[in-house]
Design a protein around this ligand. Structure first.
Ligand code: GLN
Length: 245
């Protein structure tokens, strides 16, 4: 698993040069933006001059999380959006932490954030509200339980089992569709959710596999992934349909 996520990172770094340009996602139905990075400054308006204003939920390591020492956002997505901003001659400027399920509506509404990047899976439903850049990373879901738990995906599908997830995520959707009898508990904070699994408040969590792998290794050594779910998701950066450039 660790190897798997490392390989994904290397793959995505390899394709980074080709994908940093803000380009329309193929199946959005709207006219795709140029695939090059040649958007001119006059082609778009920004929330704040000279800045790429970024919205994110900042509790999703290793993609975006707060550096405890500096109080600044760090992680893979943070590096990526800083590189995109630099390429556009701008400085990335993060808004304070936002709830994950508000990110797409925030970009859609306009005026507060130019982009949202937060390991956001490109989905048909979200494409109705916003555009996405080309995908920059492949991902899957994982079911996380305590190491001493006897639960399986089958036994979790029972009303007596509380299965936690981050609200409004693809993990949330997976539980609703695939564990319809379980008691799905959407919460805002992934660390609180994993802590709840640790203390026995919840039987399991469904969350993006790279995040489960990373956070279990870093901080939750008494939890384990019992199932990797090959959802075949891809992350993209959400941009307003009104600002394709
Ligand atoms: N990739 C998942 C989604 O888009 C989870 C993202 C997140 O929690 N930051 O729903």
């Amino acid at each position: 698993m660790a190897n798997m996520s490392r390989r994904n990172f290397i793959l995505s770094l390899g394709t980074l040069a080709g994908t940093v340009a803000l380009a329309g996602c193929g199946n959005s139905g709207s006219k795709p933006a140029d695939s090059g990075s040649d958007a001119k400054k006059s082609d778009y308006t920004l929330v704040a001059d000279g800045k790429l204003t970024v919205a994110a939920e900042l509790g999703f390591a290793p993609f975006e999380y707060m550096d405890e020492k500096t109080g600044e956002p760090v992680g893979f997505d943070v590096d990526l959006i800083k590189a995109v901003a630099q390429k556009m001659g701008l400085e990335a400027s993060y808004l304070p932490n936002q709830k994950f399920d508000t990110l797409v509506p925030l970009v859609k509404q306009g005026g507060k954030a130019d982009v949202a990047i937060a390991a956001i899976t490109i989905t048909d439903e979200r494409l109705e509200s916003v555009d996405f850049t080309n995908a920059y990373l492949d991902s899957n879901q994982a079911i996380v339980v305590k190491k001493d738990s006897a639960d399986t995906a089958d036994t979790l599908n029972d009303a007596s089992k509380q299965v936690v997830c981050q609200s409004g995520t693809t993990g949330n959707e997976w539980i609703t569709e695939n564990l319809p009898k379980a008691t799905c508990v959407p919460v805002d904070d992934v660390t609180a959710a994993l802590t709840g699994v640790q203390t026995g408040l919840y039987a399991a969590m469904v969350v993006d596999l790279p995040v489960a792998s990373y956070m279990l290794t870093q901080s939750f050594s008494d939890l384990q992934v019992i199932k990797e779910i090959p959802t075949g998701e891809q992350y993209g950066i959400a941009v307003s349909k009104d600002q394709p450039a």
